[in-house]
Design a protein. Sequence first.
Length: 532
Amino acid sequence: MTDQPVTILISALGGEGGGVLADWLVDTARHAGHAVQGTSIPGVAQRTGATTYYVEIFPRPDSELCGRRPVFGLYAVPGGLDLLVGSELMEAVRQAGNGLVSPDRTSVLVSTARTLTTIEKMQMADGRVGDAALLAALRGTAAELELLDMAALASQAGTVISAVMFGALAGWAVSSGRLPFSRADYEATIGRGGKGMAASLRGFGAAFEHIVGARAQRQAVMQVADAVVQRSSAPLAAVADLPDPVAAIAALGHARLLDYQDAAYAAQYRERLARIVAAERVAAADGAFAASAEVARWLALWMAFDDIVRVADLKSRAGRWQRVQREVKAADGELLRIYDHFKPGVPEIAALLPQRWADRLQRWDRRRIARGQEPWALPLAIPSHGVLGLLALRALAGLRGRRRRGSRHAAEQALIERWLAAVQQGLAEDAGLGLEIARCGRLVKGYGSTNERGKHNLLHVIDHLARPAAVGDATQRAKAVAAALAAALADDAGVQLDKTLVAHGAPPRPVAAQPIRWHRRRPAAAGAVPPH
């Protein structure tokens, strides 16, 4: 604990019980033997002014101060606030606008619920301020931002919003360690209130669990990110000569491809990325290397395409078993059985075969489909909790070496080179055009039909909007490519993409052939009523 008071500002609307909340907080500190001071500034009726309560709590108990007394302030000052708790989004932004929220110190707990201001209601049209703008203002100023719908939690618990705000505040204080009070200390304060205690405790508990859970989840994510960065320290040396805006992403991509395939494959990634960096160094003088950073991200994901070998590898790792145990909350001594369901079809098998064999197998499957049959597939349920099931998965994962000799690997590499060549060509004409083509790499994602559709969309955009033969100069083509990317991401069916292509002078995507299956109608059973 520090020797500086913990400073807390509570921002509420009239009638929400902000004064009760401040009293609860002061009462908790006093019963725990800590010096505390609270002041309030009442606002005007409801939404024409803020109602704020300011509390300072000394984190060390009075018993450790040897008779000394801390000196407290009466009002929050810019740069000196540790926590802002807001019951309404606009009010929290208003306090941030007053300079009370600082990015190096202030945590913000705020409700996502809105109560419209008088100015918003007075407009002839829709005068509401968008939530996105309000949240952006808080994210740009707060050191830490926790969002929850306090109004909804209060309604579910059948209590007032002040109890929910108290639970959120307590969850922040306990999980961050900023105040030395336990959850029981805060709940005991509510218990001394008497009337409505059960409902207040329900609202308190819901908000407390939400904040503690959110902080724990964020810490877990940060631990995973730190572990990834540590594992990528060796690949970082392999990309050390790349520009700083590219090196951090490239290090992660290099590590991913080492794990996915081998050192030679990771070196190929590094060589491809170096070509783009060299092209952008000539094209753009700003040193941002925006196109190279985009390529570093999407190239790594594309080169590590999902296949049955990768799936088997991930499903048979020790960390996966531990994760499943945590997710199902399996206690020590309880039996846990995991069945992994696979349904490999001709595309998955052909992917690992040489091109000649793959073509023959795919022609056989296409003939079956043309006759009205379903595509061939082999449903499997592998008990990966057992020795035989785990060995089967590891044997499948051991086919990693076959991947580079398979037909899909060759096809993917050829498509990757087409995309990279388009990026280089675009950079040679205009840095903006090269950047937009690089961003189109995000179209290739997922697996199966989603992955194939993304690749077809990418190639169509490159061939008909990005190339010099397309209509317009490099700047116009950059805008067209950007519009096509946005349309493709907004609509899985591709309707918006086709409209955008036509609007920019390009042909729509060709209609993919779909087999028509005829099903023989079964004769009606005797005595059955025919459908109308």
